[in-house]
Design a protein around this ligand. Structure first.
Ligand code: MN
Length: 252
């Protein structure tokens, strides 16, 4: 039976301006995540770490896409509970504690016995598919700027420099458990999945991302090159990239 195997590369950097890296990432055999935390008093890095810890418990072996979607909802609930509990402990007294985090996850499931990517997104970290030298943004940002863009109130050019481009409209750690947008497609051998934080996409454009993914055939150096490009472009934010290559294989 034709199947695929996955080869992942990961890279993250604090950047040139921030003092703490509040991004977090995960790459297991079949679960890949990028989370971008926000908040003071260590809120951001705690929240993004909870995302990684809870997704690392997920074993999607034997899952179809519907099982995967159910599991994602459970994981998001578990993350939200941990953020709330931590906040209740830390927030006592004179130090208000708040935190939030994005989460974008790619989970390999088998839908109708075909290897299938299930991508779940909350916030403005992104998932892209790169296949046949074409880069396609899969996730839709939960951000103020995306809402203005969708409503036709600003242009794509204006979005790039909008003063409120970091405002996220859906995140973990808010007043309720956010619903994730879900995307799924059959995995084709040779395609790449990219998960990244806005420390990449806010600093280099899609054409530059596509160039790196086209030029660097191996996943690990490709992830490193994306982060290096964001640093070279100013490194104004924590930058994180997870590149997952789907390699064709034939097993029994
Ligand atoms: Mn960020």
């Amino acid at each position: 039976m034709a199947d695929i195997s996955l080869v992942a590369g990961t890279a993250t950097d604090v950047g040139r301006v921030r003092t703490v890296n509040q991004d977090a990432l995960l790459a297991t055999a079949s679960v890949f995540v990028v989370a971008d935390g926000m908040g003071g008093h260590h809120g951001g890095e705690v929240a993004s770490r909870f995302v990684v810890e809870e997704f690392s418990r997920l074993d999607p072996t034997g899952f179809d896409a519907d099982d995967g979607a159910r599991a994602v909802r459970e994981v998001l609930c578990a993350i939200q509970v941990r953020i709330e509990e931590y906040g209740a402990r830390e927030g006592a007294g004179d130090h208000p504690w708040y935190s939030g985090t994005t989460a974008v996850a790619g989970i390999l499931v088998h839908h109708q016995s075909r290897p299938t990517w299930l991508v779940a997104n909350v916030g403005d970290s992104r998932a892209y598919r790169f296949a046949h030298h074409r880069l396609e943004q899969i996730s839709v940002d939960h951000s103020l700027v995306q809402e203005l863009l969708t409503a036709g109130k600003i242009s794509a050019k204006e979005a790039e420099s909008h003063p409120e481009r970091h405002v996220v409209t859906r995140a973990l750690g808010g007043p309720q458990v956010p619903e994730a947008d879900l995307f799924r497609w059959s995995v084709t051998p040779g395609e790449r999945l990219l998960l990244c934080s806005d420390g990449i996409t806010g600093l280099i454009d899609d054409a530059a991302i596509a160039r790196v993914l086209a030029e660097v055939p191996e996943a690990q150096p490709a992830a490193e090159r994306l982060v290096a490009a964001a640093l070279a472009a100013g490194g104004l934010d924590n930058a994180t990239a997870v590149v997952v290559d789907a390699v064709g294989s034939h097993g029994g």
